[in-house]
Write a protein that binds this ligand. Structure first.
Ligand code: SF4
Ligand code: SF4
Length: 247
């Protein structure tokens, strides 16, 4: 995002809407006029300030960025679409809609590492550190995840070096693992979290067993690991897998 300093009157109305606190007051060279400017290195091109429609002079504008800057917007602006997955946002929707998609079958868990949030964001070099730690375990990264699409080597977790300095609102690494590997992956993620420069959370999802118990919860409890339950219903998300001609 940029601000046309010729139009900006320095009212500051856009500043509270910035998810990265990257809009600052400044003065012109003569020091006679206050206006605002965007710290472009910190801005994640989420577009929130623009869509808030608070600017009285239409001074905010979103330039069309080329590669690799363009990925800031595709990861951070919920209205932008990823070319790879045609799904807007940070990850895939299957983790939240598993009862429809059956992405994670019995005996397996879906696990995700979420880096960055409004206020902090995440540099993709931090995502690469987590990818590399997980790749050593041989985990299967979710192929439809937009972050997976930035890997140049799935065996080593190496990302395209051109994107490493790009900053996004948040990024999610998603993977499928056998239930018996949950604690090993969790230990690896906890170690990797100490190496990265942003906030970090871990998601763990599995189908409930026939007796309605949650297999991943049992694993966490047996190993004395903290966890909390969350249920989420996303209307309109998830792609039903149609099986058979008469289904
Ligand atoms: S596009 Fe997002 S990060 Fe950039 S200045 Fe606007 S609100 Fe802040
Ligand atoms: S709302 Fe518009 S005029 Fe006011 S500080 Fe922001 S860009 Fe400048």
């Amino acid at each position: 995002m940029l601000i046309d300093k010729a139009k900006c009157i320095g009212c500051g109305q856009c500043r509270p809407f910035c998810t990265m606190s990257s809009i600052h007051f400044t003065r012109n060279q003569k020091g006679t006029k206050v206006h605002c400017m965007v710290d472009e290195d910190e801005c994640v091109d989420c577009g929130i300030c623009y869509r808030a429609k608070v600017c009285p002079t239409d001074a905010l504008y979103q330039p069309i960025h080329g590669w690799p800057r363009s990925i800031r917007g595709t990861f951070s602006n919920p209205l932008a679409e990823h070319k790879e997955t045609r799904v807007p946002g940070r990850g895939t929707e299957e983790m939240k809609t598993n009862d429809i998609t059956e992405r994670f079958k019995r005996g397996y868990a879906g696990m995700a590492a979420e880096m960055g949030r409004p206020g902090t964001g995440a540099r993709l070099r931090d995502a690469e550190k987590v990818f590399k730690a997980l790749a050593k375990l041989g985990v299967e990264f979710e192929k439809n995840n937009p972050l997976t699409g930035l890997l140049i080597n799935k065996e080593t977790g190496e990302m395209n070096p051109e994107v490493l300095n790009e900053k996004v609102l948040s990024a999610i690494i998603e993977m499928i693992i056998p239930l018996e590997e949950v604690i090993t992956v969790l230990d690896t993620l906890e170690k990797a979290a100490l190496e990265i420069d942003t906030v970090f959370s871990i998601d763990l999802v599995a189908r409930v067993d026939e007796d309605l118990s949650v297999p991943t919860a049992k694993i966490m409890e047996k190993n004395g690991r903290w966890h909390s339950f969350h249920g989420k219903t996303n209307l309109g998300l998830g792609r039903l897998q149609v099986k058979g001609a008469d289904a």
